[in-house]
Design a protein around this ligand. Structure first.
Ligand code: XIL
Length: 368
């Protein structure tokens, strides 16, 4: 394949002028995103499914690119406790063992969420039952993985301004049973089970310059301010970062101001679930890859420049497996597989990989 004009130009400049990420983009064996991130004191990782580890090629790509993993669904209520008397820890245990053997860190996702709840959970007879059930579940999971899971998404997606509450909270089984205090309760239960764990509030829709996402940012900030004012042990905000390649405007100044406001509360920030849906783009893979890389690059340039941001995780490493292809809201109408992640289905690095690498390469060095 003839080199692109860019590659030819970079060639004329000589290797010295080629940044590490550009040298790595074209080859499988260049430094992975974990190395490029660590060179600036950042961490890079991804969500993974336990069965993906059985694929040697994928496992090799994971070792090369990621320093921290999140189980995509193996720690969610519906998976880990499908029935009151049934606990399934085999998969999360296997993931934790793999991470320990590979020297990788592990993030827990997620202790309290309105989704992935087995039918038996939200049938709370009263508030006391809901409190007991929620805190016992948290104590069991956080206690079991204490020392092996370094950070937890304690509460996930508790904001929904469309539900019309003055506090912008989502009307969920937990909120209905316990009121807004369910959030405080969850964080205190997690801190009691593992005082060393970093405890995060995780949220989506905080990224773009739209009235809806501005309302979500405001409600999230208000929630975090309340937690901090009440001394709730919340250490950070997880910004999911489920981006869309077209259709929404990204305002770097506004997003950076949001990061400033979160950081002013003394909170760390992790981009926890980055992917870029291309469902609204034409079919051409190269055009989709370019648009996906462009928005991710703009977004991560701002995020990685902010001192409160400690790292970036994608919600999957390869287009081979992405939730977006099964999501009713995001799957493509033409039936084509989406291309939202850093590696393609053949585990080759894509323009999105280079955009992430470039954001790390341009980020200030936190190590100094
Ligand atoms: C998704 C998983 O990737 C899917 O496999 C599952 O069917 C639905 O949940 N935000 C979150 C994640 O916090 O837990 C969701 O994960 C994606 C959106």
């Amino acid at each position: 394949m003839s080199p692109t004009r860019r590659q030819f130009a970079l060639g004329l400049l000589g290797a010295a002028a080629v940044p590490r990420w550009a040298r790595a983009t074209a080859t499988l064996d260049g430094p992975g995103l974990r190395t490029l991130a660590a060179a600036k004191g950042l961490v890079f990782g991804t969500a993974v499914q336990r069965n993906q580890l059985e694929d040697a090629g994928f496992a090799a790509a994971l070792r090369r690119e990621a320093a921290i993993l999140t189980p995509e669904f193996e720690l969610k209520w519906s998976t880990v406790r499908p029935a009151p008397s049934e606990e399934r820890f085999g998969a999360p245990d296997a993931l934790a063992d793999w991470c320990r053997r590979e020297g990788m860190a592990l993030r827990g996702h997620t202790l309290v969420w309105h989704e992935a709840l087995p039918a038996w959970v939200p049938r709370f007879p009263d508030a006391a039952a809901a409190r007991i059930l929620m805190t016992a579940h948290i104590a069991k999971l956080v206690g079991r993985y204490a020392g092996r899971i370094q950070a937890w998404d304690v509460v996930n997606e508790a904001i929904e301004p469309k539900h019309g509450r003055s506090d912008g909270l989502r009307v969920s089984p937990w909120q209905s049973a316990l009121g807004a205090a369910f959030i405080d309760l969850a964080f205190h239960a997690a801190a009691a089970a593992d005082p060393a764990a970093q405890l995060y509030y995780n949220e989506y829709g905080l990224d773009f310059d739209t009235p809806e996402e501005e309302a979500r940012r405001r409600a999230t900030l208000s929630l975090l301010e309340g937690l901090r004012a009440r001394g709730v042990p919340c250490h950070g905000l997880g910004i999911q970062g489920h981006l869309t390649a077209v259709g929404k405007k990204f305002n770097a100044t506004r997003f950076s101001a949001f990061l400033d406001a979160v950081a002013a509360l003394g909170l760390k920030i992790m981009i926890t679930e980055l992917d870029v849906t291309d469902h609204a783009l034409p079919a051409d893979p190269a055009a989709r890859d370019a648009a996906v890389a462009a928005i991710a690059g703009d977004y991560l340039t701002v995020a990685c420049a902010h001192p409160a941001v400690i790292g970036v995780m994608t919600w999957g490493l390869s287009d081979r497996q992405t939730w977006l292809n099964s999501s009713p809201d995001y799957r493509r109408r033409d039936g084509l597989a989406q291309r939202p992640l850093p590696l393609d289905a053949a585990l080759q690095r894509k323009p999105l990989w280079a955009a992430i690498a470039r954001a790390f390469d341009q980020a200030p060095d936190r190590r100094v």
